[in-house]
Design a protein around this ligand. Structure first.
Ligand code: LLP
Length: 433
């Protein structure tokens, strides 16, 4: 298993942020999401330090859908990251974390009237408009509130990035944004740019997630800036911002070979600067919205092994005390992970196992084939690389409470989200009378 961030082995035990995971189990129980705080900060700094330009401002916007709670947003705010939210709930969390609303942008393909109203009331920096119906709704709301709002239009440059179909977002039949080839898009942009209540600052796109080939991002930039030029040439519409979204791929297993972010970001900036110069555009802000690449490798999930079961046929199962409720990604996207027995780090592999969760679902398998030392009930099983879209997509299926989230750094641990209780599970239930 690859050791991420501050992971260390000491006396056959795994430590993260200088804390042994055995100690974390004793203090917080399992399943437990563990976040390596220093590793997250280091990742954020790679983005902040390398995506910089002398020609235009650069905004690094943390895509909070990857992992959102008061603690991480407090940290992101302190680091100077902008923030992307995609629902009223994410916006609420950001505001409660004390985020400067000016640094927040609201996304979504079907923003509800209440969500748009909430964004306007709280003066969010920008709204990324997805389609005409939303534009009409937003313009009406802004007029009613007598409040001007800065917007970008989400456009679709028609790139089919090489990633899981469920996380491709710019195929021509995608539900997101407006195609750059569709005449309706030009009509919409003209209307938006002349609307008295909207300030059309620019265009946005996000081509998908977990993309490991950087050429897709270069292609995206070329298409987006050429589109900006076309708007200037054909409609005299001058944009000041281009937001290129997120999607930078990460390491889950040896099959993934992510590009080096520092090198990529510097190259990305260089290519963008070239485009801006060549196309003679007066772009003031270029934004990106990394989620997974900022948080994923900082996060791990710690489980306790319940039983090791040899079925009549097939590989033995290691049963853990969580599963698809804390990590639905294997069931949803056939996602693959590495794992280790965190209390037997230096023991030799003894068998090939399947790691199965405790839900009543045949598909609740976290890993289909992994070599591990001989597993016993009570062992600690850790799956790294679960920082993004795990806690964020967790559920209470089978009425399983969500795990706690703990941050670790320099030998200390900080509880960020309490473990749910059974009482929490019935909090909104109304009894049958
Ligand atoms: N910006 C927009 C508009 C997005 O829709 C997304 C992700 C991002 C930025 C951040 O993308 P990232 O850098 O994290 O790849 N649940 C799926 C991932 C869904 C991503 C949705 N949009 C998964 O677990 O793989």
């Amino acid at each position: 298993m690859k050791l991420h961030g501050t992971m260390k082995i000491d006396n056959n035990q795994l430590l993260i942020g200088g804390v042994s995971v055995e100690q974390l189990r004793a203090e917080y129980g399992t399943p437990l999401y563990i976040i390596d705080q220093k590793h997250f900060v280091d990742k954020a700094k790679i983005f902040l330090d390398n995506f910089r330009s002398k020609k235009f401002q650069t905004h690094i916007s943390y895509a909070s859908k990857a992992f959102s709670n008061l603690y991480i947003l407090g940290l992101a705010k302190e680091l100077g990251l902008f923030l992307d939210v995609v629902s009223g709930g994410e916006l609420y969390t950001a505001l409660k974390a004390g985020y400067d609303p000016e640094k927040i942008s609201l996304h979504g393909n079907n923003k509800l009237p209440d969500e748009l109203e909430m964004a306007l009331t709280n003066n969010v920096g920008k709204i990324i408009v997805d389609h005409r119906t939303e534009y009409t709704l937003l313009s009406g709301l802004a007029a009613r509130k007598q409040k001007k709002i800065k917007v970008l239009l989400r456009v679709n440059p028609g790139i089919t990035a090489d990633t899981h179909a469920y996380i491709q977002t710019t195929k021509e039949d995608s539900k997101f944004g407006m195609s750059i080839s569709d005449p309706a898009t030009f009509l919409l942009i003209q209307d938006m740019s002349s609307d008295p209540w909207l300030e059309l600052e620019g265009i946005h796109c996000h081509i998908g997630s977990q993309i490991l080939n950087k050429d897709f991002f270069f292609e995206e930039a070329a298409l987006m800036f050429s589109f900006a030029r076309k708007l200037l040439d054909d409609y005299s519409i001058k944009l000041s911002e281009v937001n290129l979204g997120g999607g930078f791929g990460v390491y889950y297993t040896k099959a993934d070979q992510p590009f080096n972010y520092a090198e990529f970001l510097a190259e990305y900036i260089e290519k963008i600067e070239e485009l801006v110069t060549k196309l003679d555009l007066s772009i003031k802000i270029v934004s990106i919205e990394p989620g997974r690449s900022l948080i994923n490798s900082s996060g791990s999930t710690l489980y306790t092994v319940g039983a090791v079961k040899q079925p009549y046929q097939g590989k033995p199962f290691v049963f853990v005390d969580g599963g698809m409720t804390d990590n639905p990604r294997p069931a949803l996207y056939q996602a693959e992970y590495e794992a280790c027995l965190a209390n037997r780090m230096e023991d030799e592999p003894a068998d090939n196992y399947r790691i199965a969760g405790k839900c009543c679902e045949t598909g609740d398998i976290l890993i289909h084939d992994i070599a591990l030392p001989k597993a016993e009930p009570g062992d600690l099983l850790l799956i790294p690389g679960t920082g993004a879209y795990n806690y964020a997509m967790s559920s209470n299926y089978n009425r399983i409470p969500r795990p706690a989230v703990v941050f670790v750094e320099d030998g200390q641990s900080y509880l960020a989200v309490k473990r749910e209780t059974y009482e929490d599970l019935i909090r909104n239930d109304q009894a049958y009378l």
